[in-house]
Every structure is written in C-alpha cells, then in structure tokens.
Design a protein around this ligand. Structure first.
Ligand code: MN
Length: 129
C-alpha cells in the first residue's frame, strides 16, 4: 500500500523525520509549513491522508481541520492530528474540529508508519457531526 500523504507541520526537523519514515515505506509525502499552504496542497495534490500538526503559527491545526471539513471536495480525506499537547481534552478538541484520529509527539519511529497506515483505511467523521 503506497499513498500520497500531505504533511502540514511547521517544524523542519519534525517534517524531515516523518517524511523520511513514510518515504522509506514507499509513500509519497507532500509537505506544507503553514495551514494556508496545506489547504492549497490538499486541493491540488489529492492526498489519501493528511497529517496535521496542531501547533502552527497563524492558522492553527484546529482551524485547518475545520476548513478541510467545510470543503465538500476535501471533507472525505482522513485527518490525523499530530500534536505534543498532552492536556486532557485536547484529543477531544482535535476530533471535534474534524480530525479522524490523533497521534502524539514526539512520534515513535518504530510505530509511526504502521499507525499512519491504520488511519489510511478509516473513513472520516461526517462533516458537522
Ligand atoms: Mn508545530
């Protein structure tokens, strides 16, 4: 299974590691460093899944997830929130914003790709639910 995955992450080191791990397993990664750039790439690159950092400068990941879910063309793409926020309730906040699932930072290189591939099989939440 190889897929086009959109990675929206502002930290270059985090982008490098996630990209390296995914490409090593045959996936194609398109990268964005900001929310607006990510939204543009979501529309043009037709990704099978979006990995979304929550802590982004300017437009944060919650806003990006809501914008994706509000777009009828993009709403069906699974979104996996990737965040170092560890507080109770953040996972729920990601899901409420439209994320399909959630992975914690720092990512575990041993399990990251398998975790992402599980989400590739999942259906997104219905928009607005
Ligand atoms: Mn970040």
């Amino acid at each position: 299974m190889s897929a086009v995955i959109l990675l929206i992450e502002d930290n270059p080191q985090n982008r490098y590691l996630a990209c390296f791990l995914l490409e090593q397993r045959g996936h194609t990664v398109v990268q964005a460093g900001t929310g607006p750039e990510g939204l543009a790439l979501a529309a043009s690159a037709n990704p099978a899944l979006i990995l979304l950092d929550i802590q982004l400068p300017g437009m944060d990941g919650y806003a990006v997830a809501r914008a994706l879910r509000a777009d009828p063309v993009l709403a069906a793409i699974p979104i996996v929130a990737v965040t170092s926020y560890a507080m109770v309730g953040d996972r729920e906040k990601c899901l409420a914003a439209g994320a399909t699932g959630y992975l914690e930072k720092p990512i575990n290189p041993e399990t990251f790709v398998a975790d992402v591939e599980r989400f590739l099989q999942m259906k997104p939440k219905a928009a607005g639910s």
